[in-house]
Design a protein around this ligand. Structure first.
Ligand code: MG
Length: 397
């Protein structure tokens, strides 16, 4: 990594707030990694004192309402945050992202919760220094110089009960301007994957298309899964995400040899070391980067750099985050290693209203990278208050 953090702390931590919000999801959300109509989400607000007074930053915990994507879930993350992460933060009083990493490293696991603290402090610190998150990521990264000002938007479509339902949903997003679509698939729900994806490909020949199985082909093993999924090879998918079990690196390596469609891993890649192991074993050629799963955005940038050095393709994943988390994700995806469209949607895809807006889908299916300072989006306090289940504040002294 080029620069581990700010040069000289110009901010100090004044206090932390946890806010648990519950926002209705437009159209609901259904995948094998979680089905819900209400996004139960934990937000972290960090207040720092900078040269020009107090400045606040927001971070979002990506954990889903239930332990359906990983072991983390919102209520558990909130408990871990209150019992262990807030006390560690108050003891160390970190005022930059690298300092948050160091302060929280003594707590094992709970990576999505930790990432929310890192993001909140990063946001506030960068606001005080009038630097955008995207500029900061580019500065911290070893790869290339600078970052893109526009990133390709991509929308993930939940499990469809029928081909007609899927075509209707994809059609709506294409009409909105999205040019990249990821379709959730499962051998246990709806039509066969090749039938579903084939129908989409037939309707939109030039759409950037991918599929995500969330591990649902695990019971079949690599060879049987390859038979069931071979039809996808004719459809020019950018990747097939997580077909087998989380821990089945060897199975994914075999599947990668049996299919032409590039295999992408998501759920098991919880650290730099695990990404390195997956690439070494040939378990994937595409890496889905999710900062929450990795424990923070600094680790995500390190993974970006690793993958860029090794020639692995990168896509930026999403966790049905509010505008707070999605603004950070758009900034991350502006780094030069991200060659594939990610799960990056404009304001309005999931929440109306959202707790933070400002992500606009422009011509060519591109989203503008917020220019800062900090995450570059403003949190709407009225929306937060209206949807807050509870909120708790801890002064840092
Ligand atoms: Mg996934």
């Amino acid at each position: 990594m080029g620069e581990g953090g700010p040069t000289g702390a110009i901010t100090s931590l004044e206090g932390l707030e946890l806010v648990r919000v519950q926002l209705p999801v437009v159209g609901g959300w259904a995948s094998e990694a979680g089905t819900f109509s209400l996004r139960d989400s934990l937000l972290v607000r960090a207040v720092l004192k900078g040269p020009e007074g107090e400045v606040e930053g927001w971070g979002e915990c990506a954990a889903l309402p239930g332990p359906t994507y990983s072991g983390e879930y919102t209520e558990g993350a909130a408990l871990a945050a209150e019992r262990f992460l807030v006390p560690a933060m108050l003891e160390e009083r970190p005022s930059s992202a690298p300092e948050v990493e160091r302060a929280l490293c003594k707590v094992k696991g709970h990576k999505m919760a930790k990432a929310a603290f890192e993001a909140a402090v990063m946001d506030a610190d960068l606001r005080a220094r009038r630097l955008s998150v995207a500029d900061y990521f580019a500065k911290v990264s070893d790869v290339g110089s600078g970052h893109a000002s526009l990133v390709p938007a991509g929308v993930a479509v939940g499990l469809a009960r029928s081909t007609g339902e899927l075509l209707e949903e994809v059609g709506r997003f294409v009409a909105e301007g999205y040019q990249a679509v990821k379709v959730k698939i499962s051998p246990f729900a709806g039509p066969a994957p090749a039938q579903l994806l084939g129908a989409v490909r037939g309707a939109w020949p030039s759409l950037s298309l991918s599929a995500d199985a969330n591990g649902t082909f695990a019971p079949f093993g690599a060879e049987e899964a390859a038979k069931a999924l071979r039809g996808l090879d004719e459809l020019g998918l950018s990747c097939l995400e997580q077909p087998l079990a989380d821990d089945d690196f060897c199975g994914h390596a075999m599947l990668g040899r049996l299919l032409r469609t590039p295999v992408c891993l998501d759920e098991p890649l919880g650290s730099y070391g695990l990404v390195e192991a997956a690439l070494e074993l040939g378990a994937c050629s595409v890496v889905n980067v999710k900062a929450g799963r990795l424990g923070g955005y600094l680790e995500a940038v390190r993974v970006h750099d690793l993958c860029a050095r090794r020639g692995a393709s990168l896509r930026c994943g999403g966790m049905v985050e509010t505008g707070v988390g999605r603004a950070f994700n758009v900034a991350l995806a502006s780094l030069p290693g991200f060659g594939l469209p990610g799960d990056l949607t404009a304001t309005g895809r999931f929440f109306r209203p959202d707790v933070a807006g400002g992500l606009v889908l422009g011509p060519g299916g591109l989203i503008g990278v917020p220019g800062g300072p900090g995450s570059g989006v403003e949190v709407d306090r009225a929306v937060v208050s209206a949807h807050a289940l509870w909120r708790r504040w801890w002064p840092a002294r």
